[in-house]
Design a protein around this ligand. Structure first.
Ligand SMILES: [Zn+2]
Length: 133
């Protein structure tokens, strides 16, 4: 008997990692009635041991779930960025250029004491998903 838990966990992780490609393939599939040899088939192949005779149904379900989770993340991110922009609208924020503010030689530097750098760090954290609202 196959243990379904590790297979499902791996399949969910795969769907979360490749949801953009999976969604594009499914849309193409709906539009053309042809499923290309891509991520969806790869996901179905992973699910074969636990999905019975039609692993593509389960692959589609996992794709939908991952796509919905992505939509929820985007909505949360939009709200967080809106809040951040709202904060900035009434603030006079500029780099203090007394430490590690970004400049032409290194745009990636950030000064933890600089208010403008703090906003850049916060926005980057929101975009990377490391920080939540
Ligand atoms: Zn700065």
């Amino acid at each position: 008997m196959v243990d379904p838990k590790p297979i499902m966990a791996a399949a969910k992780a795969f769907a979360q990692r490749h949801y953009v490609e999976l969604a594009a393939e499914e849309l193409e599939w709906q539009d053309t009635a042809l499923l290309r040899n891509g991520r969806m088939r790869e996901l179905a192949e992973m699910l074969k041991p636990i999905a019975g005779h039609d692993p593509l149904v389960l692959a589609k379900n996992l794709t939908h779930r991952a796509a919905l989770e992505a939509v929820a993340r985007v909505a949360e991110l939009e709200a967080a960025l809106r809040q951040l922009l709202g904060t900035l609208q009434h603030a006079d924020i500029s780099h203090r250029y007394q430490g590690d503010c970004p400049d032409a030689s290194d745009y990636n530097r950030r000064d933890p004491e600089c208010p403008a750098c703090q906003v850049m760090v916060r926005a980057a954290a929101l975009l990377s998903g490391k920080e939540r609202m």
